[in-house]
Design a protein around this ligand. Structure first.
Ligand code: LLP
Length: 421
């Protein structure tokens, strides 16, 4: 179901016209549909309904508190990867027992924040981390629930920068050493082993790698139980891909994914924990930008828009494809032209798309970058001293600014001249 559709030639987000929002907020901005967010969350939750499960939204994908509260109210927990994300989740009203803490480099300070505020589990990724967590927990007079993330050495068949389950990746402990490391964890005071964690990568468009990894998890569950460990939770990570192109990619559905989970690990009597990020928010958000200039190069046409690589880094960083569509649909007789869609940042990498066919554009026209909800706003920077752009959410016929555009002064005033100046 698409929540960004055309009515009489104008693109709407749910029941709000996008030019109306642009007029009020200015461009560029991120725009989320609350109905789409809820729809995606519910799809996932419903697909897993026949199993004891909990969805933990991977908030690294988009962490605005308006998104977090919306999902938390619908029953989502949060997967956090930093003290900052933990604090945001708590501020958004998520209770500690619905927060899992992932990541290879948790610091003592972050562990203290989470243990102090309450946490469902730490997904631990190495022996030194285990050691430190044990020390922190003892010092605080607490017992830290832990799962241990294993690295199953499977190829997730995704972009190398977002693959995490191969032996050359920095994540998890090699599955071959799992028994040894679980034994060590069980011996450490202040820790309580509660399960196994695995996450093999992001934007997976095939089920097979999941199948391989989850089979290994099932096997390991039996082995570890025989060793005397309580394995009551399986955190199966996130990573289910979404469609970025209108035409070709058709990733598995949550139903297909859930059927695989049921088949591979459903019989073990564990609680199933899932950490989807992109699936929930990716296609629930767009980036709206205005054409500044249409420039004719020697043999190319450039569409210079006011959004740039600092606002949406995915094309520059991963060669990612985002559909770029006009907010105002062309009249029937409009010519199409091939444009290189670029931002104003001073490097050639600030290119969103090359030779993209779009109706003839004029300065002032609006374009929408589709599928920009996940890893869009959260990966933005102020490169070229461009302030972070606002985020807006729609619900039905209402829209609300959920993060304001900082003024130039707000951005610049954070600099402090050295005291010897
Ligand atoms: N759990 C863990 C431990 C993760 O590391 C991640 C993503 C997720 C869950 C959520 O994965 P998802 O369901 O969103 O695929 N910036 C990149 C994606 C990085 C993903 C990092 N980890 C991009 O823009 O494609």
């Amino acid at each position: 179901m698409d929540h960004f559709t055309y009515r009489d030639g104008t693109m709407y987000a749910e029941d709000v016209s996008i030019p109306e929002i642009a007029k009020s907020v200015g461009t560029p901005f991120y725009l989320y549909s609350s109905a789409a967010l809820l729809h995606h969350f519910k799809l996932f939750d419903a697909a897993l309904a026949s199993m004891d499960h909990q969805v933990f939204y991977a908030m690294k994908a988009a962490s605005n508190q308006a998104i977090l509260t919306l999902l938390a109210d619908a029953g989502a927990g949060m997967d956090v990867v930093s003290g900052g994300e933990y604090a945001r989740a708590r501020r958004a009203g998520v209770p500690g027992e619905l927060i899992v803490f992932s990541g290879v480099g948790k610091t003592r300070a972050e562990m203290e924040i989470a243990l102090g505020g309450g946490i469902r589990q730490f997904n631990v990724e190495s022996e030194p981390e285990m050691q430190v967590l044990s020390e922190v927990a003892i010092k605080m007079g607490q017992v830290a629930p832990v799962t241990i993330r294993i690295n199953p050495n499977v190829d997730a068949k995704t972009h190398s920068k977002i693959s995490t389950g191969k032996k050359e990746d920095k994540f998890g402990i090699p599955i071959l050493r799992a028994r040894e490391v679980f034994a060590m964890a069980a011996d450490l005071p202040g820790l309580k082993v509660v399960g196994i964690d695995v996450h093999i990568g992001s934007q997976l468009t095939e089920l097979e790698p999941y199948g391989l990894a989850y089979e290994m998890v099932a096997e390991l569950t039996k082995v570890l139980r025989a060793d005397g460990h309580e394995i009551s939770r399986l955190d199966l990570g996130g990573g289910l891909g979404i469609s970025y192109k209108n035409s070709d990619d058709t990733p598995p559905t949550p139903e297909e994914y859930a059927a695989l989970v049921r088949e591979k690990v459903g019989h073990l009597g564990c609680q199933i924990e899932i950490e989807p990020g992109r699936f929930i928010v990716g296609n629930a958000g767009i980036l709206v930008s205005e054409v500044i200039y249409v420039k004719s190069g020697e043999d190319r046409n450039f569409l210079i828009v006011d959004g740039a690589m600092n606002d949406l880094i995915r094309p520059a960083m991963y060669g990612a494809h985002h559909e770029i569509v006009p907010v105002q649909q062309p009249l029937d007789h409009t010519n199409y032209e091939n444009y290189d869609v670029v931002g104003p940042v001073c490097e050639s990498g600030d290119t969103f798309a090359k030779g993209r066919a779009l109706p003839s554009m004029l300065a002032g026209d609006l374009v929408a970058f589709r599928s920009a909800g996940a890893y869009g706003a959260v990966m933005a920077s102020e490169y070229n001293s461009r302030p972070l752009i606002p985020e807006v959410m729609v619900r039905g016929d209402q829209f609300s600014v959920i993060r304001e555009r900082p003024s130039l002064d707000e951005m610049i005033n954070r600099d402090i001249l050295p005291k010897w100046h």
